[in-house]
Design a binder for this molecule. Structure first.
Ligand code: AMP
Length: 427
């Protein structure tokens, strides 16, 4: 099969690596990174250049196109590929609004009966401030649209909530993404990532995963794109996946089909496991990064076949084959991330790390220049390893990561620690 992956992060390297586990597949990545260059053909087309991507896919006779990032999907890359007769594993622009507009997602959740935090939407500053004053802190303030993962403020105090409204609605730090602002009930609990492969009418759950959003150990510091992840998450064992799909994914798939837009692709529910049961914090319409890396390291089924089954409306006939082992990934970042960070540092020790049993180094922000791998992003790579249980996977991933050298690099040292504590408490 000839497969085009769209994007340039760790998720896209992991997708390309996974497809290449079947030597019969030829894989292209647009635009790709230093890691995907080693296992696939990088193509110099930006991830949002929809027309050029369609032209390339048509000219090069792709059997399957897999968009990684949400922006391409909200711009309608799946609609354009489908119009051109090219099989594309990703939702149309209408369905992508589940991620692109938090108020749209809330509307669908209400229609589908999915548990989520109580919330109100505002376009008027005075009305929003009045709501905050009447409800009191803690509250969560959210920009409606895409804001590069920075559009959510968890306000512990009233002043923080009011300041967030000023920043979004007066200073317009997120531009039009905060034309509408949501004010949400504050939930407490553990967070969990739950992803399903959807075919328009049904959904096949992937094993659970847990991400680590905060930049520093102990969940301190600002939120990032993700500092590490593991799968499965002890909070959601395999025998509860079907029930979770019935609660938070299948009702949404039915609602979208009812609106004439069958959802094909990955539907990812970001969950808070509260004392009142699971509640959806947000939907993403694609694989998460870095959850994708440990998930794909465990997946034994041919991913391209599963995706074509989704496109053909046949996912309910498929079963997932997954390694029983736990997979854990730790992200190496450039100093300064998630703020301004340095670039161009040379990374060494990659071969030695990759030789560790069961470890794979997935690149995120790297470029290959004259045979050298240089850092080009805030999140640089994700060292992912398998182990017999969470503690063993953690040991393997950190052992491999310690073989890698990068000036001005840093990483969290406690990826998986909370899960290990949870497991100890249940033994
Ligand atoms: P979101 O983009 O909506 O997933 O929000 C980003 C992060 O903000 C989540 O991963 C949570 O850590 C936090 N968050 C979002 N909504 C809530 C909520 N209602 N209560 C508590 N924390 C939240």
């Amino acid at each position: 099969m000839r497969i085009l992956v769209i994007g340039s992060g760790g998720r896209e390297h992991a997708l390309a690596w996974k497809f290449r586990q079947n030597p019969a597949h030829t894989v292209f990545v647009a635009p790709g990174n230093g890691g995907s260059a080693a296992c696939a053909h990088n193509v110099d087309i930006a991830a949002h250049a929809v027309t050029e991507l369609v032209d390339f896919a048509r000219r090069e006779k792709m059997d399957l196109v897999v968009p990684g990032p949400e922006l391409a999907l909200t711009l309608g890359v799946a609609d354009a590929m489908t119009r051109a007769g090219i099989p594309c594993f990703g939702p149309d622009a209408y369905c992508a609004r589940l991620e692109g507009s938090k108020s749209f997602a809330k509307e669908i959740m209400a229609e589908a009966g999915v548990p989520t935090a109580a919330c109100a939407a505002f376009t008027d500053l005075a009305a929003a401030k009045d709501y905050v004053l009447r409800h009191g802190a803690p509250l969560v303030i959210k920009a409606d649209g895409l804001a590069s993962g920075k559009g959510v403020v968890v306000a512990a105090k009233l002043e923080e909530a009011l300041a967030a409204l000023d920043e979004m609605m007066v200073k317009r730090i997120h531009g039009a993404a905060a034309d509408t602002v949501l004010i949400e009930e504050h939930l407490t609990g553990e967070e969990l990532s739950f992803l399903c492969l959807c075919d328009g009418t049904d959904a096949l759950p992937l094993p659970s995963a847990q991400d680590h959003k905060a930049v520093f150990d102990g969940d301190a510091g600002p939120n990032t794109g993700g500092m590490g992840a593991y799968s499965p998450a002890p909070l959601l064992p395999d025998n509860q996946l079907e029930r979770m799909a019935d609660l938070v994914v299948r009702p949404v798939v039915r609602a979208m089909a009812g609106r004439g837009h069958p959802f094909v692709g990955v539907l990812y529910a970001g969950l808070m496991m509260t004392a009142d049961g699971p509640k959806v914090l947000e939907y993403n319409v694609r694989f998460g990064d870095p959850e994708c890396q440990p998930l794909l390291l465990r997946l034994e089924s041919d991913l391209a076949d599963l995706m074509l089954a989704c496109i053909g409306g046949r996912i309910s006939r498929e079963k997932l084959a997954c390694a029983r082992a736990t997979a854990l990934g730790v992200v190496l970042c450039s100093r300064g991330y998630p703020g301004a960070y340095a670039k161009g540092m040379e990374i060494s020790g990659l071969d030695a790390a990759g030789e560790d049993d069961g470890a794979v180094v997935f690149h995120s922000g790297t470029v290959c220049k004259e045979g050298r791998i240089l850092a080009s992003g805030g999140r640089v790579l994700c060292v992912t390893a398998l182990g017999d249980g969470l503690a063993a996977a953690q040991r393997s991933a950190y052992a491999a990561l310690e073989k890698i050298r990068m000036p001005d690099g840093f990483y969290r040292r406690d990826i998986g620690a909370k899960g290990i504590t949870f497991l100890q408490g249940t033994m």
